[in-house]
Design a protein around this ligand. Structure first.
Ligand SMILES: [Zn+2]
Length: 437
């Protein structure tokens, strides 16, 4: 994007909301000669790619300050236009996970040539795409650094990197942002996208390049299409995005700006949440067989978004726990509070009935509920155990998904556990012995 099209007055690292300690460190790194390689780590959507671009631009800039690039010099102009001679990006091709080692070698070989514009040649490498050979090729370049080369690496999973590589880089973590910071990011990004929808892609990936988070944002912008834009009352217009919507997306984003933008950018998330919530609220009433067919079909249909669906279930469970604690103000799915309250009361009623029946048949006195330090009744305590159990099963399911365990098995098991929790049936205690590996 050209400098003139930038709608914000912010420049350099001040474009990044939050992360003040990290930005201070980056200022020092840019202005000192000693550091030739920076590794940014953080989960997908944390914004490390955007930051990596700003670092690269700052190293290339003719007049860098501790705040990064000036965004006015010839070098910055070329960078904005995506045609800087001394800048290269190395990442897997679309649809591929690994960068071919030959590509790594040839790009690194090109670094030998002196820069054409400024002091440095800069290469940005998506280190998640480097296999062991690729990393070894990179290692050589890091071991014998040229005065005029600078490296910016990004990695979601730095543990995959060879220790020898990690020992030669300045490693910096891109932390999760606070809820307020995410709201601010959403407001800024979405309002600038709304100013000019055609500019949307560029605005979402400032400095002209789509980063990891940016890529997701673009993908969801593609998915959104015309209809989607209408369904989410102007996709992203801050004028129409109420504070409660911002908070809603921020809470689901787990502190990751890329995820927040992806969620806010299409009708798909609201649809997924509506479908997931429908299943969750019908758990106690549904027949097991129906649940497994209808529920499984829904999840199969949304297999690519399974992780988000699990987040949604997790948030519903958490909200029910908030009701139990009387912390109604912190409910994430506040628009579903009526349904949540009803589901919560049904669960409690089933447990009350069950304990009454048990007391009657055994002829025993009830437990001394008032002995509970938190003042919970026996049924409330039981419900708390059950909801915590449900949350644990969701977490196990998420881990199993990451390990590529059979999808249908994961979902069936999850639904079975959740149904038992909702319907007041005996929990399956021996979870650890179940086969989920
Ligand atoms: Zn500049």
């Amino acid at each position: 994007m050209s400098s003139t099209s930038k709608k914000s007055d912010k420049r350099g690292f001040s474009r990044i909301i939050g992360l003040s300690a990290l930005k201070n460190r980056l200022g020092n790194i840019i202005l000192t000669e000693d550091n030739s390689c920076v590794l940014l780590t953080g989960p997908t959507g944390s914004g490390k790619r955007k930051l990596a671009n700003l670092i690269a631009q700052a190293w290339l800039c003719d007049n860098p300050t501790e705040n990064g690039a000036c965004e006015e010099c010839a070098s910055c102009h070329h960078f904005d236009q995506n045609n800087h001679f001394d800048y290269k990006e190395l990442k897997p091709e679309d649809g591929k996970r690994i960068i071919p080692t030959d590509d790594v070698r040839s790009e690194l070989k090109d670094l030998i040539m002196l820069p054409r514009l400024g002091k440095y040649k800069v290469i940005l490498i998506d280190a998640d795409g480097l296999n062991e050979q690729g990393q070894n090729a990179l290692l050589k370049a890091l071991e014998e650094p040229l005065r005029h080369t600078r490296f910016v690496l990004t990695a979601s999973d730095p543990s995959r990197l060879l220790l020898t590589v990690r020992s030669r880089v300045v490693s910096l973590r891109v932390d999760r942002r606070s809820e307020e910071e995410i709201c601010q990011i959403l407001l800024e990004e979405l309002s600038s996208a709304d100013d000019n929808n055609h500019d949307c892609e560029q605005e979402l990936a400032p400095a002209g390049r789509s980063g990891q988070a940016g890529e997701q944002e673009l993908a969801s912008a593609d998915r959104r299409g015309q209809a989607g834009e209408q369904s989410l009352a102007p996709a992203g217009g801050c004028a129409t995005l109420a504070d409660k919507d911002l908070t809603f997306y921020a809470r689901f984003s787990a502190g990751l700006p890329g995820r927040a933008l992806e969620l806010a950018h299409g009708g798909w998330f609201r649809e997924l949440r509506a479908g997931t919530a429908d299943i969750y609220f019908s758990l106690d009433k549904a027949k097991e067989l129906d649940l497994f067919t209808v529920g499984s079909d829904f999840f199969k249909e949304h297999k690519d978004q399974a992780d988000t669906a699990l987040n949604i279930i997790q948030s519903l469970i958490r909200d029910e726990l908030c009701l139990l604690w009387g912390a109604n103000g912190t409910i994430v799915n506040s628009d579903l509070q009526g349904e949540l309250q009803a589901a919560y009361e049904r669960k409690l009623a089933v447990l009350t009935k069950k304990s009454e029946a048990r007391d009657k048949s055994s002829g025993l006195m009830r437990w001394q509920a008032d002995a509970d330090p938190e003042g919970f009744s026996e049924e409330e305590r039981e419900l708390r155990i059950r909801l915590t159990h449900a949350a644990e099963v969701v977490e196990e399911s998420r881990e199993a998904l990451q390990r590529n365990v059979n999808f249908e098995l994961i979902i069936t098991r999850l639904l079975l556990h959740l149904k038992r929790v909702a319907a007041g049936e005996d929990l399956i205690e021996s979870r650890k012995n179940e086969k989920l590996s």
